[in-house]
Design a protein around this ligand. Structure first.
Ligand code: DGY
Length: 327
């Protein structure tokens, strides 16, 4: 086995302790284990000597950053999404790119299911109502709606979409989905493939789990909202830019759709005075779908394993699909 201590690994953000300990044992680790961001000057100096990058906090990895890091063999991102990385530029430089699929599916699907239930059953609105001291008023919150027999539309049927299905089935929902390509296992999944337009028209709850790419950016625009049911809710646990925030605001204000529950936003972080936050028919959580102790530890360890494999010139346990040989 190669002695990896000769390799330098830089981390762009705070790592889970399990990952820090494992990596620190194996390599020469340059990490910022304090709160806040590593100062840019310090980070640039680390990059100049780094053989690998532990990418935390979704930093932008483009030509400009890569030019500062001439020795990089591998970049491992502690997230499943990697739209912040110019993968083509990495591939051109022979840099392997890893991410963390699989290990966060249950945690993210749980949050998506929670946001579906919130949209239907007014959990956040109910809590706000009580805190405002208006519980005793005759005019309450109004009635919510059942999930049973409603249609859930999933945009992007990958690991997370699939993990959401049994949860929604527990609430007796019917499931339809839209993907770039129809899957071959619809009957096993228990979901029906439909076009984007049909999904917009039929779904009572739409959950976005797709990746952000040129074909999904701004997919939920004013035209899409006009096609949705007025009683429908939109839940986004994927990437904020898949939804046009201005169009969403208008759809929520004019009643084109009933509710939105977002774990991701555009911009992100969403400023506290953003106009979306002035609305009553929205729940916003701070991009926390994978933020459980167990899941973040698993993501961090997979990130470390991607780095160690890359330093040894071995196949990464989880390399991004764009770099798969037959991609
Ligand atoms: C991911 O892994 O891409 C998630 O968005 C992090 O919560």
């Amino acid at each position: 086995m190669t002695d990896l201590k000769k390799y330098t690994v830089a981390a762009s953000g705070k790592m889970r302790q399990v990952a820090y300990d494992k990596l620190n044992n194996a390599v020469n680790l340059l990490a910022w284990q304090q709160s806040g961001q590593v100062p840019q000057k310090q980070f640039d100096e680390w990059l100049s000597k780094a053989d690998a990058l532990y990418s935390a906090a979704n930093i932008k990895i483009d030509e400009n950053m890569l030019n500062k890091a001439p020795r990089l063999k591998v970049i491992a991102q502690a997230a499943v999404g990697y739209d912040n990385i110019d993968v083509a530029a990495c591939t051109a430089r022979g840099i392997a790119v890893g991410h963390t699929p699989g290990v966060l599916d249950d945690a993210v699907a749980d949050l998506a299911y929670g946001l579906i239930i919130d949209s239907a059953r007014h959990l956040v609105r109910g809590s706000r109502h009580v805190r405002s001291g208006r519980w005793g008023e005759r005019k309450g919150l109004g009635l919510s709606c059942d999930l049973a027999r409603k249609t859930l539309g999933i945009i992007g049927m990958g690991n997370i979409g699939s993990a959401l299905i049994p949860r929604a089935k527990a609430s007796k929902m019917k499931i339809i989905y839209h993907n770039r390509h129809q899957r071959t296992d619809d009957s096993k999944l228990g979901a029906e493939y439909v076009s984007f337009e049909i999904l917009l028209e039929q779904a009572d709850f739409i959950v976005i789990t797709a990746t952000l790419n040129p074909s999904t950016k701004g997919m939920f625009d004013s035209k899409a909202f006009k096609r949705m049911k007025k009683t429908a809710s939109l839940i986004n646990i994927a990437r904020g830019a898949i939804v046009d925030s201005e169009a969403l605001y208008n759809a929520l204000v004019t009643g084109e759709i009933a509710y939105a529950a977002l774990d991701v936003t555009d911009p992100e972080p969403l400023p506290g005075d953003h106009k979306l936050l002035t609305l009553d028919n929205i729940t916003v959580t701070p991009h926390m779908a994978s933020a459980t102790v167990e899941t973040r530890d698993a993501m961090a360890l997979l990130t470390v394993n991607n780095i160690l494999a890359g330093l040894e010139d071995l196949p990464l346990p989880a390399q991004v699909p764009d770099q798969w040989v037959d991609a």
